[in-house]
Design a protein around this ligand. Structure first.
Ligand code: PLP
Length: 366
């Protein structure tokens, strides 16, 4: 067995295993929507079954590529053609194709601190180097330490809205980081899988300010479709051709049935507004309850997560709170600066559950 594979730690599994054994528990640790896939999307998949169920084209069904191109072009400053789209098995499949196709073993990727853990796991599997550094200071300026790492790296990931923080870049930040990466010839991976889940702000794609980028997208969170595994990557056609080789070697083609569902989700998307309104209400309640506890945090502006600082070791805190009936994810595996933070997913819980969990936390901590 390869050493790099053996060394990949799945430490966060400890949380779900422990939480799964408790009868009464609020699951803030599960990173997926509480909503099920909308009925009209499921119906479109059923209708899709009337077609012959052979392999789909390697880059995805043309109808879906066109819908994705429209969706991406609706972002300010972007004009995307369907030839620039490859459909993948989730955003994860897109990231894996990009990393594997682009990075030699000596090449380095840079991630924000904190970041979504699987970026590191993908790097381990595709065998490139990686590093992590906090990108932004409190005034939303790119930190000198980040500039240094980005300059030296071959690829950087920018994730807005962000997992695990819910942080959303302003137009100035999107421009600053994209232009800086371009100047230093560092390829930009703009992970925008939460771009429809945004509260009080506007989404700005860093890709709009870059000449050397790809965009990662997905139906998973925006449309409550995590299990369908329908995502995509946008890049120049000549790069798509290279990513397609990795995709072919790993999955042959994206699942056909999920593509019929994805076409419908993108075409008739009023469900997104309804779900994000519910998330906004949960976010507001969560912010109020975190303030009540006196925790230090940046209010989430997008996605479905908050990342408060809890003032003690994140593992100790999370393991202890599971026993009291609240499951959260420790920040430690998400970055060296985050070992006193915890990730709370408000996408997977109701307002009643948020209140119940914070009543418990208040009893324990005050
Ligand atoms: C930041 C980020 N990027 C990419 C993904 C991958 O999305 P998918 O479920 O479509 O593979 C996720 C999923 O949690 C995510 O949080």
């Amino acid at each position: 067995m390869r050493e790099r594979i053996q060394n990949i730690g799945l430490s966060i599994r400890k949380i779900s295993e422990k939480a799964g054994k408790q009868d009464e528990i609020v699951r803030f640790d599960i990173g997926q929507p509480s909503f099920d896939t909308p009925e009209h999307v499921k119906e479109a998949a059923k209708k899709g079954l009337e077609n012959k169920q052979g392999y789909s084209p390697m880059l995805g069904l043309e109808e879906l590529r066109e819908e994705i191109a429209k969706e991406e072009s609706s972002k300010k400053g972007l004009e995307i053609d369907s030839e620039e789209v490859m459909v993948t098995t989730g955003g994860m499949g897109a990231l894996y194709s990009v990393f594997s196709a682009r990075l030699e073993t000596d090449d380095k990727a840079v991630f924000d601190d904190p970041c979504w853990g699987p970026y590191k796991m993908i790097s381990e599997v595709s065998e490139n180097k990686w590093t992590q550094v906090q990108y932004w200071d409190q005034d939303r300026n790119l930190r000198p330490e980040a500039k240094k790492e980005i300059k030296e790296a071959d690829l950087l990931v920018v994730n807005t809205p962000g997992n695990p923080t819910g942080y959303v870049l302003t137009e100035g930040q999107a421009r600053e980081i994209a232009e800086f990466a371009d100047r230093h010839d560092t390829f930009l991976v703009s992970d925008e899988v939460y771009h429809r889940l945004i509260y009080d702000k506007e989404h700005y794609s860093p890709a709009a300010y870059s000449n050397n980028y790809c965009i990662i997208g997905s139906t998973s969170k925006n449309h409550a479709m995590t299990g369908w595994r329908a995502g995509w990557v946008v890049d120049k056609p000549e790069n798509i051709e290279q990513y397609a080789k990795v995709s072919r070697a790993s999955t042959a083609c994206p699942p056909r049935i999920s593509q019929y569902a994805a076409i419908e989700a993108l075409r008739n998307d009023s469900h997104v507004g309804e779900m994000s309104e519910a998330y906004r209400e949960r976010r507001d309640l969560l912010v109020e309850r975190m303030e009540g506890l006196g925790w230090d945090f940046v209010a989430p502006e997008g996605a479905i997560y908050a990342f408060p600082e809890v003032g003690e070791d994140s593992w100790d805190f999370c393991m202890k709170m599971i026993e009291e009936g609240v499951a959260m994810v420790p920040g430690e595996p998400m970055g060296p600066e985050s070992d006193q933070n915890v990730r709370i997913c408000f996408g997977s819980t109701t307002k009643e559950e948020i209140n119940k969990a914070f009543d418990i936390l208040e009893d324990e901590l005050q």
